[in-house]
Design a protein. Structure first.
Length: 377
């Protein structure tokens, strides 16, 4: 009898211990759940005053030839409002909307180039400001699809901290913030789905805009989000929301934040963006080019033309020179070559290993500042 009572007591104590652990575990799980539910809201509160809405007005003489193109609508739906039937030469006003974020205390705002391209007037709505602020376009780059605006205000601005997009990993949390379809300040949560995604998108001018290094995310990016920040769980900007595939679920794209840092640094130091320039036209090595010039392989780029008076011209580069290395770094594609030049400084000397008429040669060139007429193209 005593033994049975002892066993019953032990079983009872074990049950009490198990229930206690279960309850404490539930409390801990609830605490963790509360944290998981709140971190997005906390980040949204921290960055809300740094996210802006951008309204543009453009006087247009002709309607866009891509107004009805499905592929253009697919990637940039924020450019597609309802177009009324007009005579081909009848001028009209086209209004656009996008997003951006404050990057410096001096009023510099980062957005996409396609948000402000061609705009005659750019107005910025900043949270808690009574009136819209007129913005000046300081710099834009069509190839990067990036632009920097500036607002002149006596009111205090709250710039967003910039993260390091080289440190992000597939599967990291990502928070997209912007103004979809004109709805002020919308927050969506997802993850980094992929990195270094390349996509080609036709522009309104009938050209192709090539992106070679996009962040893919399943955080919802909707029309009007273009130019807004993609932030990490530290509240740091890691990307600029850029494009969305409207015929697929959970596919949005952002430009890595590191690609705009050089522009912000130059603007603050020099008052302008100093873009390194070599002054050549070039293309990749095709099978036909490889065969014609009897090249070992298809790596590198071939120069098709040299601009008169350019740094390349002064250095002695010629059409049909094949560039294999730049500063001893192997060049395999046109993107490699463009990226290598972009990372240099104006006035910096570069060493090019080339093949000319079947023989290797070494060319040293000093990079210049890209002329305004070329920068604006």
């Amino acid at each position: 009898m005593l033994k049975r009572d002892y066993v019953s007591s032990v079983i009872f104590m074990v049950m009490i211990f198990a229930v206690t652990m279960l309850l404490s575990g539930s409390a801990l799980a609830q605490e963790e759940l509360d944290l998981s539910q709140n971190f997005v809201a906390d980040i949204a509160d921290e960055v809300e005053k740094g996210v802006v809405m951008i309204d543009t007005v453009e006087e247009v003489e002709r309607r866009s030839p891509f107004a009805e193109e499905d592929i253009f609508r697919y990637f940039f739906p924020d450019w597609h409002e309802e177009f009324e039937e007009r005579e081909p030469d009848e001028p009209y006003t086209r209004e656009g909307i996008g997003s951006g974020f404050i990057a410096t205390e001096d009023g510099h705002i980062v957005t996409n180039e396609h948000v402000v391209a061609g705009a005659d007037t750019v107005m910025v709505t900043i949270r808690d400001f009574e009136e819209q602020q007129e913005a000046e376009l300081i710099w834009s780059d069509r190839s990067l699809d990036l632009a920097v605006l500036q607002v002149d205000t006596d009111e205090e601005l709250e710039p967003l901290p910039l993260g390091d997009s080289d440190d992000i990993r597939q599967g990291n949390w990502a928070i997209a913030i912007g103004n979809p379809v004109g709805l002020d300040y919308t927050v969506t949560l997802g993850v980094i789905s992929a990195l270094e995604r390349p996509i080609d998108v036709p522009t309104r001018e009938g050209q192709i805009r090539r992106y070679s290094n996009l962040i893919q995310t399943d955080a919802a990016i909707n029309p009007g989000n273009s130019g807004g920040p993609l932030v990490n769980i530290e509240g740091e900007v890691i990307g600029i929301n850029t494009a969305v595939a409207t015929r697929a679920q959970g596919i949005g794209f952002a430009i890595p934040i590191n690609e705009v840092k050089f522009a912000l640094e130059d603007i603050q130091e020099y008052g302008e963006v100093r873009t390194p320039w070599l002054g050549v036209y070039y293309r990749g090595i095709t099978e036909e080019i490889q065969s014609y010039f009897d090249l070992e392989d298809d790596t590198g780029i071939i120069i098709t033309d040299v601009m008169e008076g350019s740094p390349a011209d002064k250095a002695g580069l010629q059409p049909y020179d094949v560039v294999r290395e730049l500063d001893r770094e192997r060049i395999e594609t046109v993107d490699d070559f463009a990226g290598a030049i972009r990372e240099k400084e104006v006035g910096e000397e570069i060493m090019l290993n080339i093949i000319r008429d079947g023989s290797p040669e070494l060319i040293v060139a000093e990079l210049g500042q890209v002329p305004d007429q070329i920068q604006d193209q």
